[in-house]
Design a protein around this ligand. Structure first.
Ligand SMILES: *Cc1c(COP(=O)(O)O)cnc(C)c1O
Length: 223
């Protein structure tokens, strides 16, 4: 069951700000996705490869699928034919693999680099030094990576009620995004996405400059 009222309110609030709403449908049935699709939602996020492949096969072709989970290089092949954006790129090896499968499918794939901003050790993503190193490799090999389009950054805050802490983490991500926009991607207007904010922390993320939120349980109910 979807919460239509929450979706309508979110959608109009976000549209007014020019922020993209990715509806995170992981673990939720195809019927719920179709119900939201009927209201006009087109961007959906999933984080398990097999589940995404199965759902893609059953749902309308104009859905823009976002892969938001940790992606193993050996699974890129399965989603490359149809995925719109891969949110959590955290290694150069993965970027090379994504480009390879984009070429094979005659497509260009949008990706975001995942930055580690949370306190938790277990969360994936690159710290600032790793992003620097990543960008060094990227600059050196750019000409061989023409079918992967780095659109911006993505990150997840710590699981905490401490609003100040979450705010600091999102500001750190957004600052890095602005710095990269002015340096590495200067004059490249497609580097324009800062994906941050989920059901519980999206108001903070919006206030810190998010351009894309990934919201699941607030729309689809708890998992
Ligand atoms: C599950 C998930 C979300 C959505 O989380 P909710 O709390 O249900 O809004 C957002 N981003 C990522 C990376 C996720 O795995």
């Amino acid at each position: 069951m979807i919460n239509e009222l929450v979706w309508r309110q979110l959608k109009s609030q976000l549209d007014a700000k020019g922020v993209t709403l990715v509806a995170v449908s992981k673990t939720k049935p195809v019927a719920d996705i179709l119900a939201l699709y009927a209201l006009g939602q087109r961007d959906f996020g999933e984080n398990y490869v097999q589940e995404l492949v199965d759902k893609h096969a059953q749902l309308p072709n104009d859905i823009r699928w976002h892969f938001i989970g940790h992606l193993q290089s050996n699974k890129v092949k399965q989603i490359a034919p149809f995925v719109q954006m891969i949110h959590a790129v955290d290694s150069f090896k993965l970027l090379i693999e994504i480009n390879k499968h984009a070429v094979r499918n005659g497509r260009t794939l949008d990706v975001l680099l995942q930055m580690h901003i949370a306190e938790e050790e277990t969360k994936f993503g690159m710290d600032v030094t790793e992003i620097f190193n990543f960008m060094d490799y990227y600059r050196a090999q750019k000409n061989e990576l023409k079918q992967v389009n780095i659109r911006g950054l993505m990150g997840m805050s710590s699981l905490t009620d401490d609003v100040k802490k979450v705010e600091q983490e999102f500001l750190q991500l957004h600052n890095r995004f602005l710095v990269m926009q002015r340096t590495d991607f200067m004059g490249i207007d497609t580097f324009n996405i800062c994906s941050m904010g989920m059901s519980t922390d999206y108001p903070i993320a919006l206030h810190c400059g998010s351009t894309m939120v990934r919201i699941g349980s607030a729309i689809f109910g708890s998992r």
